[in-house]
Design a binder for this molecule. Structure first.
Ligand SMILES: *Cc1c(COP(=O)(O)O)cnc(C)c1O
Length: 349
């Protein structure tokens, strides 16, 4: 079989959630962000595992994602929609009992006209200038929404992966200024914000990347292992080249393994000639360019060539690969393509 295998350790996901949950007090509920199909790892498997472990609050970006998620979760799970209530969403929101995080007065009016009895949250802008109501808009909209109840009011930190950044305290102050004394359930922090400490925790936290083994949660357990089958091996002589554009030339007699996966599967082409794949503990350098469906890897120093080599694994996590590719772990994960066979290890307890 030439299909590559993406192994997802749900026990690690659950244990990462528990570890992040343990960072905040008993009064704080720890949600799970499962947008973009749980950062590419499969919301249909990740979310139910977290639900089993006790998660009751789930965030996705779109109403369509929320509707797809609903059948995988128990009745008492709350599903929040970060994009709020867009035109055409009312049916999804009502039928799947989703909670839109209303981002503007316009969204609030749309909601109140279409499905006034259906629950809402509100997203506030505290300085990131991406989504959410600004102070004046919130002040004007709040009374009408408060009258019918607001499940959750939230904002999002722009620099929480940099603990020393002055933006964190600035946004915290603004969030408090906009919400103090209103008796509302509040949420400010994603993974990075949880690590900033109790001032940032409020009633609900919203970790995503930390659940999936990425920075800035450095204590996270490793979650995703990507194993690529070896289709063919050959020996090339000194002076011979490998791959498109002849970007790598052998300096010694070299054994090259050709592996099944490429940039169509989310292996960034910029990794050409700069990363390694692992045979157990042994790194094997990627030689030549990443092509659409194939990689070529130097396995000269292995005694035996295994059936598969790992691009992601305990020796090379998403952040290591991201650093090499000039991106972030989030993008490595969400790029993992649909051609992989996704295999899951169930939580052990
Ligand atoms: C994606 C997202 C999160 C999760 O962020 P992580 O950094 O992955 O923990 C939380 N809140 C909002 C608004 C988001 O867009």
């Amino acid at each position: 079989m030439a299909q590559a295998n993406l192994h997802i350790d749900l026990d690690a996901v659950v244990s990462n959630w528990r570890a992040l949950d343990a960072q905040s007090g008993a009064a704080t509920r720890t949600a799970a962000v499962v947008k973009a199909d749980s950062y590419g790892l499969g919301a249909g498997r990740v979310a139910p595992a977290l639900y089993q472990a006790g998660t009751r609050d789930f965030f996705v970006a779109l109403a369509e994602e929320g509707a797809r998620l609903r059948p995988h979760l128990g009745e008492d799970a709350r599903i929040y929609i970060l994009g709020g209530h867009m035109a055409g969403d009312a049916g999804f929101l009502r039928d799947a009992r989703l909670i839109p995080m209303l981002n503007s007065a316009e969204q609030a009016q749309r909601h109140l006209q279409a499905i006034p009895d259906s629950p809402v949250g509100v997203q506030l802008d505290t300085g990131m200038n991406r989504l959410g109501m600004e102070a004046a808009e919130w002040q004007a909209t709040a009374p009408q929404l408060m009258e019918r109840g607001i499940e959750l009011v939230m904002s999002h930190l722009a620099c929480s992966d940099e603990p020393e950044h002055e933006m964190n305290a600035k946004q915290l102050t603004e969030f408090k200024r906009m919400t103090d004394g209103m008796g509302l359930s509040r949420s400010l922090s994603a993974t990075g914000g949880i690590l900033l400490g109790p001032d940032y925790h409020f009633d609900v936290t919203r970790p995503g990347i930390g659940l999936y083994g990425g920075r800035p949660f450095d204590d996270a357990r490793h979650v995703a292992t990507l194993s690529l089958p070896v289709i063919q091996t050959r020996v090339v002589q000194p002076g011979e080249t490998v791959g498109y554009g002849n970007t790598w030339t052998a300096e010694r007699e070299t054994k090259i393994a050709t592996l099944s996966a490429g940039y169509a599967d989310g292996i960034h082409r910029v990794l050409s000639n700069i990363t390694a794949l692992y045979a157990g503990d042994t790194p094997c350098p990627l030689r030549g360019r990443v092509s659409m469906d194939l990689l070529t890897v130097d396995v000269t120093d292995l005694d035996t060539v295994p059936d598969t080599l790992d691009l992601l694994g305990p020796h090379q996590g998403v952040d290591t690969l991201a650093d090499l590719a000039g991106t972030i772990g989030y993008e490595i994960l969400t790029s993992l393509g649909p051609r992989y066979a996704r295999n899951y290890a169930e939580p052990t307890a």
